[in-house]
Design a protein around this ligand. Structure first.
Ligand code: UTP
Length: 475
């Protein structure tokens, strides 16, 4: 062992022994100085006492679902305003547009996930998503932001959160594609935090002989990462007041929605959300509810059947508002959270994590889940907001997630939904659309966000009279 590293090694060993993690130094003497130093850096940077508490709570025990006792349905703004709210929606949209004209809105995509279900080799944002040209997800959002800049006369700064695992490939992907036409100065990348992956015996796994197995700390980690990375400061410097938060896997998301941002700002909300009506009582989406005057999201797996199936007097589901992970967040709120040393709860996910066998030093690729990843969820910050609004949105208009390689929420279903939304916008402008028996569009239509981010952007454009059945069309 390098004698310079010896005191650090001994101190690390002492700390790890207190917390039952000394196995992490099993291969220390086999490492070269750089790797040994990096391992010590990693160990020294972690709060092992805190991790031990988390392991006892989430790994060695299975945490009980914490369901609030008397949740009520969350109040929601409907898609289209009721007559008494027409004026408010008009004012809200105008305010949202004004914020955009004044450059006070930033786009924020969380792209640090591992995308294990999709199984794509590369950052998920590089996934070819659109129905005809297979444009990557990042380009879909870049096109959107370019159109918004054109409409409102100000570029929208874009913050892209990655994880240590996909940061460089993400940055390289943007460079290879000339930032998709965006000014590179307006695209900021930063990494989120990580958590060690923990074996079922409570011991942190080694990914390599000199490297802890780490996983990104969940999209909830974004609220701290915005602060730690300096992104919040950068926003302040640019005069950004509102953050439009979305996930990397939803090509139909309105990255920037003046109405939503305007309602959120008009009501003085700190963190707001969009919802879609659930397709059934047990749909696998988070449920918006109100508890003690605060908006919360209750995970589908935590919602007792009696509540999931409860009905309103009119026969509709009592808890019918599903979360689609779209939020408007005021910059001041994120600053306030970080100044106050907030913490979000962790959620346990059982996963297959490749690791080094301590007795042989060989790598094991498990075929069954063998470890726990701890992740924070961004919606757990909602109850920390004194004011929070929920806006209903139409599912086809705004939710076409790509989560799985096949089946539900896959690239295939997403492409159909993207075509469907394009068809609806064209239909609204008088274009004849071929339809299948199930009512869905019988064509592959790709409507670039450079052309339109809402149906009315199609006004004054030369549109075809009809789309031919089974055809492919790019507009
Ligand atoms: P998902 O919950 O779908 O997770 O993330 P995932 O990691 O992408 O995919 P699986 O579960 O491994 O298949 C929802 C969104 O949150 C981001 C993802 O990139 C996606 O945009 N996310 C998730 C992060 O940015 N960081 C995380 O630690 C987790």
């Amino acid at each position: 062992m390098n004698t310079d590293l010896k005191p650090r090694h001994d101190r690390a060993m002492q700390t790890l022994q207190v917390h039952g993690q000394e196995h992490l130094l099993t291969f220390f003497n086999d490492l070269d100085d750089t790797a040994a130093g990096a391992l010590l850096d990693e160990i020294e940077a972690r709060d092992w006492a805190h991790l031990q508490r988390l392991i006892e709570t989430y790994v060695l025990k299975r945490p009980e679902a914490h369901v609030p006792e008397h949740p009520e349905p969350a109040p929601c703004y409907p898609v289209a305003p009721t007559p008494d709210r027409v004026e408010k929606y008009t004012r809200a949209r105008a305010l949202g547009e004004q914020l955009l004209r004044e450059g006070k809105v930033a786009a924020f995509v969380v792209a640090g996930g591992q995308g294990t279900r999709l199984g794509f080799d590369g950052p998920k944002g590089a996934y070819p998503a659109t129905p005809v040209n297979g444009k990557p997800l990042f380009q879909v959002f870049a096109d959107y932001l370019l159109k918004i800049a054109e409409k409102y006369g100000k570029p929208v700064p874009w913050y892209v959160m990655t994880s240590g695992l996909n940061h460089q490939p993400t940055v390289d992907f943007f460079k290879q594609h000339n930032h998709f036409g965006l000014n590179p100065d307006d695209v900021m990348f930063f990494t989120q935090g990580t958590m060690p992956s923990i074996g079922y015996d409570g011991r942190v796994l080694l990914a390599e002989r000199g490297m802890l197995a780490l996983n990104p700390d969940g999209h909830g980690g974004s609220l701290r990462a915005l602060h730690v990375s300096g992104a919040l400061e950068d926003m302040t410097r640019r005069g950004v007041e509102q953050i439009s938060y979305f996930q990397v896997d939803n090509p139909n998301v309105k990255c920037i929605d003046p109405l939503f941002l305007g309602l959120h700002a008009l009501d003085g909300a700190q963190m707001s959300s969009k919802m879609v009506l659930k397709t059934g009582p047990h749909e696998k989406v988070g449920n918006f509810a109100e508890v003690d005057g605060r908006i919360v999201v209750i995970e589908y797996s935590d919602l007792p059947d009696a509540l999931a199936e409860a009905k309103q007097p009119d026969g509709t589901l009592k808890f019918n508002a599903g979360s689609i992970a779209i939020h408007a967040i005021s910059r001041a709120f994120v600053e306030q959270l970080n100044a106050g040393g907030f913490s979000l709860p962790f959620h346990r996910a059982d996963k297959k994590v490749a690791h080094i066998d301590l007795s042989t030093g060989q790598r094991i690729e498990p075929t069954e889940p063998n470890a726990v990843k701890l992740e924070a969820f961004v919606f757990d910050a909602l109850p920390l907001a004194e004011k929070s609004i929920v806006l209903q949105t139409d599912r086809v208009e705004e939710f076409a997630p790509i989560k799985n390689a096949t089946g539900v929420d896959s690239a295939e279903t997403s492409r159909r939904l993207q075509s469907e939304r394009a068809a609806r916008w064209l239909e609204a402008k008088g274009v004849t659309i071929p339809r299948c028996k199930d009512g869905m569009v019988d064509a592959h239509i790709e409507l670039s966000h450079r052309t339109a981010v809402e149906a009315d952007d199609l006004d004054n454009l030369e549109l075809p009279d009809r789309i031919e059945p089974g055809s492919e069309r790019v507009l």
